[in-house]
Write a protein that binds this ligand. Sequence first.
Ligand SMILES: *[C@@H]1O[C@H](CO)[C@@H](O)[C@H](O)[C@H]1NC(C)=O
Ligand SMILES: *[C@@H]1O[C@H](CO)[C@@H](O)[C@H](O)[C@H]1NC(C)=O
Ligand SMILES: *[C@@H]1O[C@H](CO)[C@@H](O)[C@H](O)[C@H]1NC(C)=O
Length: 441
Amino acid sequence: MLTFIAGVLRRKYYCLFLITQLPCSSLFTSMLLYSAPDRMRAMGQVLTKAREELYDCKVISQRLRAMLQSADEQVRSLKKQSTFLSQLAAKTIPNSIHCLSMRLTIDYYLLPVEKRKFPRSENLENPELYHYALFSDNVLAASVVVNSTIMNAKEPEKHVFHLVTDKLNFGAMNMWFLLNPPGKATIHVENVDEFKWLNSSYCPVLRQLESAAMKEFYFKADRPTTLSAGSSNLKYRNPKYLSMLNHLRFYLPEIYPKLDKILFLDDDIVVQKDLTGLWDVDLNGMVNGAVFTCGESFHRFDKYLNFSNPHIARNFDPNACGWAYGMNIFDLKQWKNKDITGIYHKWQTMNEDRVLWKLGTLPPGLMTFYKLTHPLDKSWHVLGLGYNPSIDRSEIDNAAVAHYNGNMKPWLELAMTKYRPYWTRYIKYDHPYIRGCNLSE
Ligand SMILES: *[C@@H]1O[C@H](CO)[C@@H](O)[C@H](O)[C@H]1NC(C)=O
Ligand SMILES: *[C@@H]1O[C@H](CO)[C@@H](O)[C@H](O)[C@H]1NC(C)=O
Ligand SMILES: *[C@@H]1O[C@H](CO)[C@@H](O)[C@H](O)[C@H]1NC(C)=O
């Protein structure tokens, strides 16, 4: 049966994401009947191929469900794997958005070159305007961020979006915003692969990603020494952690050398108010303005960093309060004064063997901006719409930015129904491209 499942997976990887809300763990229960290495191999294949093919999967999920068996204890031990799958789902672009991106891409490359230009490029380096950095490979998500910002802006003509995407989505992002210009605001789309200065001799994380050891760590799912080692490592193989788009946040002055301030936005947010007040917040000489996230004992530094390591223990307070990435106002002059990029490079280089922190950009962010982060009022940025079912509604309604951090992204079937409308209201569902790809509310 494993051969069957593996075969099915090879052809229909995408299926797994759609059935993660279904008794996904039961799928693993049936896989548990086979040896750990076999299962690990199957999981590895799921991951390395996950983004390649997208299919309708009704038949497959029916077949898989038909195989369900119960074994509670084993289910529990495999919970980590299903968590991993929902994390993977969170990063994977669904069928319909993939379709949207493909159609836009094709039409973009059919455009004559002179029609591929955006107006108002003179605004791109004007420090008097409100500049946004948005790094995304999801055209629908990016459209919501831009549209919601502009719909709520008092003076849209003063806002400038700097969108960076990858090679695959470059045509689609351009085409979308050529077809749907954000009013009088300015937009500009760049491809991260064109940043020649961002190479492995300059950027430690690229060097590390290119190193053989790292590739092995991320991609070799087939020889775990124990089941638990295998399942805990799976998380780190999430392609999310391999994307350079994620690390661009540490290079803002390199990307935008002429700007003094920039607002960094994640693509899983929606804007609900005019944001210009953020440029007026006095950061008191700090580099990063962010909403702090610590409660009684959680979201403090010891949750993110390895305090058994002397470098960490010597330099940081384990009780220091964490803050959120996703809506940050950065003072780029101070950034250069304090050599933030250098500090980041130092820590990233020291983390070659991942003893300081395991993954993501928050831990190196916490270290890099330690004592250089200014707390913003919490109403600027409400968090948790991607995992927390019990956020106070008035808190969301009053927030300037709502953030779907967590796995239940609003563009996935996994999304929490009650939070989706905050996001979907900024989508033009009657747009021919959107309709043509069967995207619906
Ligand atoms: C790599 O980046 C550095 C600085 O970021 C630059 O000086 C150098 O020319 C780049 N190398 C290549 C091969 O592009
Ligand atoms: C934490 O750091 C210590 C000292 O460098 C190291 O021995 C240990 O393996 C690290 N822990 C993790 C989970 O990486
Ligand atoms: C932008 O959002 C508004 C709702 O505020 C919606 O009516 C409109 O269709 C959206 N436009 C695009 C291009 O997504």
